[in-house]
Design a protein around this ligand. Structure first.
Ligand code: PMP
Length: 353
């Protein structure tokens, strides 16, 4: 190894779900929305005068911030937007987790957390979920440098009751607690109602799932004025113009079309509840998902085998070859039609054994 190579930051990057290049597949592997975004979104992009692209976008993405402020009845100083919630979360790690004490997150959770911790040299400790994959609040009542977890958790899809989240935030008033609400719109109870009470609580959301805009890259954080000001200071010390103009306009249009948002979320929830029944009939076991995916294992057939067999049938689900979860599949809820194809395929696989 050359000397200059030794100076290079060594990282093992996050591995996103596969985005196969072939068409005609049923893609239930990255928790995307099976429905298109609001028609108002494409209208907003079409109406944007491309001459405006000569100019830099508003570094504060003010129009989008104001649309979010109005939607949730907040103050401008309580909202931060970024390029997907990954951007917001990464920035939040860099901003708030600056202690020598380890930050805490579950052993089974969003697999980007340890990547950011490694990248930014943040000490961390993973806290095991219990045998039912539940987060035990008391495990977080120890000294630490900060806390982060999703609610509902990913990939387990299980919700933590809001009272328990509040207890964790209350017990940790000397550090920042980040609740990653990527999947909250599918039935969980948001911690947003707590941000006025707890200055150390940051709630992170995304347009990628319930607003069907994973391809646009919009995420946001909601929290106290102090937390948001600190996040902005770090962002503006790194890259001012993160969010491009089309994203700002498209994001505003999506927020304004609340009827459409509610309609597609409801459709996904109905399909998910139906999927629980169908998967149970096929011999799958799983906890009560409050997300747009189900994390399930089969009574008899190994998950890896089902994963490979489904792939042969052009149906992609997510399989993690990781301790504790290597016999589980994470199945994103698709359209009712896509799910019917999945059930038939699973039936064949289960019958073959
Ligand atoms: N948090 C969780 C728990 C996720 O599953 C995802 C999706 N991979 C994200 C955050 C990031 O989503 P995005 O960057 O598309 O907003």
């Amino acid at each position: 190894m050359n000397l200059w190579e030794k100076n290079i930051r060594q990282v093992i990057p996050y591995t996103p779900g596969e985005q196969p290049k072939i068409s005609n597949i049923i893609k239930l592997n990255t928790n995307e929305c099976p429905y298109p975004p609001s028609p108002k979104v494409s209208e907003a992009i079409r109406q944007m005068d491309s001459d405006r692209l000569r100019l830099y976008p508003d570094p504060n993405a003010g129009l989008l911030v104001e649309a979010i402020v109005k939607y949730y009845n907040l103050r401008t100083e309580q909202v931060f937007v970024g390029v997907g919630s990954d951007d917001v979360l990464g920035m939040a790690f860099l901003t708030y987790f600056n202690s020598k004490k380890p930050i805490l997150f579950p052993d089974i959770t969003y697999s980007f957390y340890d990547v950011w911790a490694e990248l930014f040299h943040i000490p961390y400790r993973t806290v095991p979920l219990d045998c039912d994959f539940k987060i035990i609040k008391e495990d977080y009542y120890t000294e630490n440098g900060g806390i982060v977890f999703p609610n509902p958790n990913a990939p387990t899809a299980l919700e933590m009751p809001l009272e328990e989240i509040e207890a964790i935030v209350k017990h940790n008033s000397d550090v920042v607690v980040i609740i990653d609400e990527a999947y909250i719109d599918f039935g969980g109870k948001s911690a947003l109602s707590l941000i006025e009470t707890y200055e150390n609580l940051l709630v992170v959301r995304t347009f990628s799932k319930s607003r069907a805009m994973a391809g646009m890259r919009i995420g946001y954080a909601l929290g106290s004025e102090k937390l948001i000001a600190a996040l902005k200071a770090v962002k503006f010390s790194y890259n001012s113009y993160t969010m491009d103009m089309p994203s700002i306009y498209a994001g505003v249009a999506a927020i304004k079309d609340d009827a459409y948002f509610k309609e597609i979320v409801e459709k996904i929830v109905v399909t998910r509840e139906h999927a629980k029944q169908k998967l149970r009939e096929l011999g799958f076991l799983f906890g009560d998902s409050k997300a747009n995916f189900i994390f399930a294992r089969h009574r008899e057939i190994p998950a890896e085998k089902i994963f490979e067999e489904l792939k042969k049938k052009n149906i992609y689900v997510r399989y993690f070859k990781k301790p504790r979860i290597d016999n589980y599949l994470r199945i994103t809820i698709g359209t009712e039609e896509e799910m019917n194809v999945l059930y038939s395929a699973l039936k064949e696989i289960v019958q073959k054994g």
